[in-house]
Design a protein around this ligand. Sequence first.
Ligand code: ADP
Ligand code: MG
Ligand code: MG
Length: 252
Amino acid sequence: MLSITNLHVTVDGKPILKGLDLTVDAGEVHAIMGPNGSGKSTLAHVLAGREGYAVTDGTVTYDGRDLLALEPEERAREGVFLAFQYPVEIPGVANVNLLKAALNAQRRHRGEEELDAMDFLELVKDRLALMQMDEAMLYRAVNEGFSGGEKKRNEILQMAVLEPRLAILDETDSGLDIDALKVVAGGVNALRAPERAMLLVTHYQRLLDHIAPDRVHVLAGGRIVRSGGPELARELEARGYGWLDDTAAGAD
Ligand code: ADP
Ligand code: MG
Ligand code: MG
């Protein structure tokens, strides 16, 4: 579903990603781990089409199409979803209205009928229950005054409503207490599906205790320097990233 080859990205002229290769098949959950500043968020933002990132080399194909040629809105309508590391507040816009507008834009794009208020509310209440969120959260301005944990849950709520084909979660676990972490993990697990792929960007093993990834990759120095199964995440937890330094140069 997603195939990244030799991706080079600069931010303000500074090279961040330096030849990143990654392939993710439908139905799979991949974890991207790596030290701070290694380019994990950069990768997430480039895939979502955020401004300020210059792709200087390489290709990204999504369902056989050139993802990089699509505008950010188009990527979203085509089923690419990014949960932000730092969710944005949107004062004056009720959460429920953002969710409904985003879902109906996607449905129009697919030639499906828009959901009316009743059907939409039924859907969103089901997803709220999944995320153990109070209905009152729907009527507050998007993320405004939300606690860190509420913002992260709200990101997964958006994902649960939009049902993306490719979901990218950027450190959705950071700052969560253990109960919130379990709720977020439960939401992610509920959305695992044969037609859906997920990229979990995470700094720590603990999220992966609750979401068993199919593959784990280490991003360091702008490239994937190691790939493996869930045992790789446990090894990183035990040994840190330092031991990879010696091997990174020789890694392919
Ligand atoms: P990670 O998510 O792995 O912690 P990031 O992708 O956020 O890493 O950052 C990778 C590198 O890019 C860091 O050195 C960071 O300082 C730099 N960087 C990210 N965003 C910007 C920006 N807007 N301007 C300048 N440098 C940036
Ligand atoms: Mg970081
Ligand atoms: Mg980051």
